[in-house]
Design a protein around this ligand. Sequence first.
Ligand code: BGC
Length: 265
Amino acid sequence: MKLKDKVALVTGSSQGIGQGIVLRLAQEGANVIINYRSHPEGAEDTLAKVEAVGGKCYMAQCPKSHGFTIKADLGSVSELQQLITESIEHFGKLDILVNNAGIEKHAPFWEVTEADYDAVMNVNLKGVFFATQAFVQHLIATNRTGKIINISSVHEELPFPNFAAYCTSKGGMKMLTRNLAVELGALGITINNVAPGAIATPINTKLLNNPEKLGALLQNIPLGRLGQPQDIASMVAFLASADADYITGSTFFVDGGLLWNYQEQ
Ligand code: BGC
């Protein structure tokens, strides 16, 4: 168990990649905070699965479960600050922050509305910025080190037509990680990105239901399949553990080879 006695908050963990990460971190011994915005039933489902595995808490009166669910919209700075505060109160500390919550909106660039641009940037970039800030303030106040893992995308590098705001947010996340690796290094805090390719999760529902599009995408994936949440979760568990103590400021692509598969026909 790589994460025994650690406390981890995973944003956006009522479904998809976030749920997979929570389960894997709990299997590694961590106490986990499950965050949701609009799917309490998904968060409860995640919690029920977490309750089957072990962990340890740090409060005088320990909660019965090694998991806990909190509602918060990562697009709101006041809500995410409250989320960090409640997470710390619940288990007595926080060691690992996984910035997983993310959204995307499909539209040609010339039709993107200000509301859609703001929605994407608020969750994917501003939310990550201020959640990380609140976490770092907690680590400084308690004089401890910690680990930050951002769930980015192959689209922090790779253009994705019709998703301009999404790509902009992930490109920003890449630079935030590099900047903070330098700024937080002296505090012993590491920060890295995990960049998934095409993963079978609710964000890809439309694609999964379109055999033609799905077939074309699979042609572009050298390993010949979509990723699963556990493919991402195993990289996160590694980066959250002491095995990754000397790693900071990097992006790890978990994409079946998708990113570099340009082929001329
Ligand atoms: C997006 C998916 C897309 C995948 C591969 C992800 O970042 O969220 O919609 O299928 O990248 O292009």
